[in-house]
Design a protein around this ligand. Structure first.
Ligand SMILES: Cc1ncc(COP(=O)(O)O)c(C=O)c1O
Length: 400
């Protein structure tokens, strides 16, 4: 079968794809149909954080598949309870989690918590609080509510009217948040690192300021950790770097290292906002995904997280070396292994150059090269990446 031809005939053409048909993947590597090997520094957009086909995760998946794949959420499944216990013990031991299937779904649930909470806790004037403050440049998903919460107008245009009501403050600008707070505000939704927004990193004081505003005005603070969570920043959850606790945070992508899952983690205050009948999902908390996630959490040891920080330091040092050499690099930004290199020109050709040389990377916002390697990469892999990038920048410079 000609995969590309068949997919373009029968699949809705919603993705602009790179010219690569994946045949298999293992660890930090991917092979195409012609058996060409690629070093994967994209990891399915920060999904396969523990490497492709991680043996421990795959063993847990296989064991669960042979036991049972699905039961209705009207029955109990031990593996769901195990995952919930493990997640909550690592975050809010007196809170609760809702399990879904994707990042957008995890955020939908967080938005529903914020809305119901704002309605149940009206303002002093008796007004229902239904407004959520989000941020310019943010990304929260493709369902209608999460699209509406996303602070990039290009995603909105074809889908109006959008669900109400999201208002947008400037990222890292606490005064712009203050200006938007009114008697209808229920919550603030923020990414600690705006991944799709071009690896924009929140200042510690900004996030602290958001917590203070939420405490002062009785608002919920919601962190979207779908891209930056699950060890990528060198802590299991990105907020653990900042010493600021949210009321709710969302996880997905890397939680089950490649199987679909979403988690909306609520602290004690918000853990009983959604009650029987308020929310649900046929596939939510699928036993196979849960089994994978339980093993992922076991593998996220302090040693592994320390390694993430060390590998990140080594990689960023190499990138800063390239920055000194090539003027086209405007800045290198990172929080752990969530890394962006901003260029003064479009990054598309560089991504393609790297792919031809056997390195998979991505570009966001048109000019920010994005690196999301798995945690199993070695120094040798980083050296290879720096070498290929150097060749790419040189080629780009001579082309100009
Ligand atoms: C920060 C953030 N939130 C939400 C989402 C949506 O997740 P999903 O594609 O699993 O629905 C993404 C996906 O890239 C994301 O990066």
């Amino acid at each position: 079968m000609d995969t590309k031809k068949t997919e373009s005939k029968y699949l809705m053409q919603t993705y602009s794809r790179y010219d690569l048909v994946v045949k298999r993947a293992k660890g930090q590597f991917v092979w195409d149909e012609k058996n060409k090997k690629y070093l994967d520094f994209f990891s399915g957009i920060s999904v396969c954080n523990l490497g492709h086909c991680n043996p421990v995760v795959n063993a847990a998946i296989k064991k669960q598949v042979d036991s049972f794949v699905h039961v209705s959420n009207r029955y109990y499944a031990k593996v769901q309870a195990e995952l919930a216990e493990s997640l909550m013990k690592k975050s809010f031991p007196d809170g609760k989690v809702f399990l879904s299937n994707s990042g957008a779904e995890a955020n939908e649930c967080a938005i529903k918590i914020a809305k119901k909470w704002g309605i149940d806790n009206p303002s002093k004037e008796g007004e229902k609080r239904i407004e959520i403050i989000s941020f310019e440049n943010s990304f929260h998903g493709r369902t209608l509510a999460t699209l509406s919460a996303t602070g990039q107008k290009k995603f909105h245009e074809s889908f109006r009217p959008l669900p109400e009501k999201f208002v947008f403050a400037k990222f890292n600008d606490i005064d712009s948040v203050k200006k938007l707070i009114n008697s209808k505000t229920a919550a603030i939704l923020v990414e600690i690192v705006q991944g799709e927004g071009g690896i924009q990193i929140a200042d510690k004081n900004f996030i602290k300021g958001l917590r203070e505003l939420c405490d002062k005005h009785n608002l919920l603070l919601i962190f979207d950790e779908i891209q930056c969570g699950m060890g990528r920043t060198g802590k299991l959850f990105a907020w653990q770097n900042l010493g600021v606790k949210p009321d709710v945070f969302t996880l997905a992508k890397a939680l089950a290292n490649g199987l679909p899952i979403g988690a909306t983690v609520a602290n004690k205050k918000t853990s009983e906002v959604l009650l029987s009948g308020d929310h649900g999902s046929t596939f939510g908390g699928n036993p196979v995904s849960c089994a994978a996630a339980v093993s992922v959490l076991k593998l996220m040891t302090p040693k592994l997280l320390k390694d993430v920080s060390e590998k990140a330091k080594y990689f960023v040092k190499g990138l800063n070396g390239l920055k000194k050499e090539y003027k086209m690099i405007k800045s290198v930004r990172n929080m752990g292994l969530l890394i962006g290199v901003e260029l003064d020109l479009p990054g598309k050709d560089i991504v393609e150059f790297c792919m031809n040389k056997g390195l998979l990377i991505n570009c966001t916002q048109g000019n920010v090269l994005r690196f999301l390697p798995s945690f199993v990469i070695t120094k040798k892999d980083i050296d290879f990446t720096i070498k290929i990038l150097g060749e790419a920048f040189k080629w780009q410079m001579l082309k100009k």
